[in-house]
Ligand binder design. Structure first.
Ligand code: THU
Length: 160
């Protein structure tokens, strides 16, 4: 028997102005996307923006449904759009911002497990890390250098 220790290093920025300039801009696009989220049931709006290696910026937001499980998170809306429209492009960076309409959200909101799995698929496919930046509406921004750092022991095609 032996113990297996898994460590993750994340980088925390105090606010959006501390980010590299291109990421500040990408987060601004994610904020615009959040403002257009369709979230009448949870009142929790999420926006995501992706930077592709061909220079395209893709946005996504959560799309809810009266049949709750039929809705989709912002991150998957964005990454599936990228996969559908730019299948040969690599995703370099993803910026995520989330906020409740009930109270201000100042803590960084990480992507849910299902979104991590979906993003991991593209990271493995393109064989190049995707930088993930996530925040609330304001305040600190957390950076993960790779999706894999947010999803240790991930399941991928190598097991099939
Ligand atoms: N949501 C996202 O868009 N991304 C996540 O990573 C977590 C949750 C959405 C789904 C739902 O519309 C609302 O937030 C509340 O769960």
């Amino acid at each position: 028997m032996k113990e297996l220790k898994i460590e993750t290093t994340l980088i925390v920025f105090d606010n959006v102005d501390e980010l590299p300039e291109d990421v500040t801009k990408l987060m601004a696009v994610a904020m615009e996307a959040r403002a257009k989220a369709y979230a009448p049931y949870s009142n929790f709006s999420v926006g995501a923006a992706l930077l592709l290696d061909n220079g395209e910026v893709i946005l996504g937001n959560n799309q809810e449904n009266a049949s709750y499980p039929s809705g989709l998170c912002a991150e998957r809306t964005a990454i599936y759009y990228a996969g559908a429209n730019f299948p040969d492009a690599k995703v370099l960076k993803m910026a995520i911002t989330a906020g409740s309409r009930m109270q201000p959200t100042i803590t960084p909101i990480p992507p849910c497990g299902a979104c991590r799995q979906a993003i991991a698929e593209y990271e493995v496919k393109q064989d190049c890390p995707i930088e993930i930046y996530f925040m609330g509406e304001t305040g600190k921004v957390v950076k993960s250098n790779s999706l894999a750092d947010l999803l240790p022991l991930g399941f991928d095609k190598s097991f099939l």
